[in-house]
Design a protein around this ligand. Structure first.
Ligand SMILES: [Zn+2]
Length: 202
């Protein structure tokens, strides 16, 4: 492990300073490995596992809780299905209807007219409400794109964040902002409050 020369804004030394991402990744490594890994940043900060006895002094549950505090920001919703355009869905339905109408026409001609009327009614209803449905769809897509962008920026901020084990704070070295560890996620997702504060202090 390379020693950092980044200075903590609180204690003004680099003695107990680690990258947040390093603590997180080494924490995951520490949880996974059966024997305490050597020179592990997470273990150095939070536990004193004995290499000699191959024993852990921090139990797994505590480790998981600690590691999760350093985790990078992630999207609030898991998107499994990509949303389809309402026009595309209607077009597919329309093609299917044509096929069904053809079947009805050749096999059950007596219900052809009622079936045709139903399809015409549904199509008309869609055409009348289409503007609203499509607008809602576009709005939803925009929100998703915005959220993806926010998470991307938050992860970039996370990559540049340091932790001082002496003060239990994380800090942004570029902007010289320090944040209590429990507030890290708030800072990552909406740093404006802290950035404005830092700009005022200057
Ligand atoms: Zn410090």
């Amino acid at each position: 492990m390379k020693k950092l020369d980044t200075i903590c804004p609180q204690c003004n030394t680099s003695k107990e300073v680690y990258r947040v991402s390093e603590i997180y990744l080494s924490g995951l490594e520490s949880i996974k490995s059966s024997k305490p890994p050597q020179d592990n940043a997470f273990d150095l900060v939070f536990g004193h596992p004995s290499q000699k006895f191959g024993r852990r002094f921090v139990d797994q549950t505590t480790k998981r809780t600690l590691v999760s505090k350093f985790a990078p920001p992630s999207s609030s919703k898991q998107r499994i299905f990509r949303s389809l355009s309402p026009d595309f869905i209607m077009f597919a339905t329309f093609l299917l209807s044509i096929f069904m109408l053809y079947q009805i026409f050749t096999q059950q001609r007596e219900v052809f007219v009622p079936a045709l009327l139903i399809i015409l009614a549904v199509s008309t209803a869609y055409l009348f409400t289409r503007k609203r449905i499509v607008a809602r769809f576009i709005e939803k897509q925009k929100n998703e794109a915005r959220e993806t962008e926010q998470v991307k920026e938050a992860i970039e901020r996370w990559m540049n964040l340091y932790y001082c084990a002496a003060d239990f704070i994380v800090f942004d070295n570029e902007h010289r902002i320090s944040i209590p560890l429990q507030q890290m996620n708030n800072y990552l997702m909406s740093p404006e409050i802290w950035l404005n504060q830092a700009a005022q202090d200057e």
